[in-house]
Design a binder for this molecule. Structure first.
Ligand SMILES: [Zn+2]
Length: 281
């Protein structure tokens, strides 16, 4: 796993909640299996693909922020074909870097699917509690409302145990659209995966790191715009969002932080002979 690195006034560190397994067909959406299967790592007997759970710590002069919290350690019930046996390592991984849950001032979620906010909460003395007891939790208001009122399709991903302790905590900060969390750290609407899905940008000294959330679930999807997962609620909106973010990343040389790419999920997208190429770093 990577170590702290500098981006202008901020120090960044990728920490991992382990590995999630996702149904491989669902990851690649309508892309035919014959196109993607030769290009990916071998699948297991359940036809699932291992994906990363990369979370990002951002340290400013006086605040410690955590973007995303992975699956968490609550032995979460997950949709059939997904596997969380190797997940739930975030707090341990942070401890390896000398960071305790109470050190975190701000948590930001891109959206509220179980593999992005599961570590927001934990069991303490048999009761559900906030994993990061001092933190303010920032997320999109629309996403919160969708998660609190799931429908037949979305309820497998929005788990009440990830939400309830937050609702009553007084530590929930709902934002509506673009919002600056602290100077240089912004939450930006990036709809498609869910209607209110967001990315998180850290900008300093002319450089930008973009935590892209579920814009992609596999590095191949960074190079191929039309490869969009079946998990996305609004795939055509995802396409427009993905185009906008990735095209800008190529021009501006943004550092991309990809939650589900192999750890640490950092890299740049470049154009080589007119084709997008993902350079993991
Ligand atoms: Zn995800």
């Amino acid at each position: 796993m990577s170590d702290w690195f500098r981006l202008g006034d901020y120090d960044l560190l990728v920490v991992s909640d382990g590995v999630l397994r996702l149904d491989a067909g669902a990851v690649f959406g309508v892309t035919p299996r014959v196109m993607w299967e030769p290009l990916v790592e071998p699948l297991d007997e359940e036809h699932s693909l291992p994906v990363g759970l990369n979370c990002l710590l951002v340290r400013s002069q006086d605040k410690l922020m955590l973007v995303e919290t992975g699956v968490g350690n609550k032995a979460t019930r997950v949709p059939r074909g997904s596997g969380v046996a190797q997940a739930g390592t975030l707090v341990e991984d942070m401890a390896r870097h000398g960071i305790r849950p109470e050190d975190v001032d701000i948590v930001i979620n891109t959206h509220l699917h179980f593999d992005h906010c599961g570590g927001n909460t934990t069991y303490r003395d048999g009761k559900l509690a906030l994993t990061f007891p001092r933190a303010r939790y920032f997320l999109q208001k629309g996403e919160w409302e969708e998660a609190k009122n799931p429908n037949e399709r979305t309820r497998a991903s929005y788990l009440p145990e990830n939400l309830e302790p937050l609702a009553d905590s007084g530590q929930l900060e709902l934002v509506d659209g673009e919002a600056e969390v602290i100077k240089g750290v912004r939450i930006l609407p990036a709809p498609g995966h869910t209607a209110h899905h967001a990315t998180v940008e850290v900008t300093s000294a002319g450089r930008t790191a973009v935590y892209i959330g579920d814009i992609v679930q596999h590095p191949l999807m960074l190079e191929r715009l039309a490869w969009i997962s079946s998990f996305d609620e609004l795939p055509l909106v995802s396409l427009e969002t993905k185009k906008r973010i990735l095209e800008r990343a190529i021009v501006e040389k943004d550092l991309l932080v990809c939650v589900h790419c192999p750890p640490p999920g950092l890299g740049h997208l470049r154009l080589v002979d007119g084709k997008r190429k993902w350079d993991a770093s």
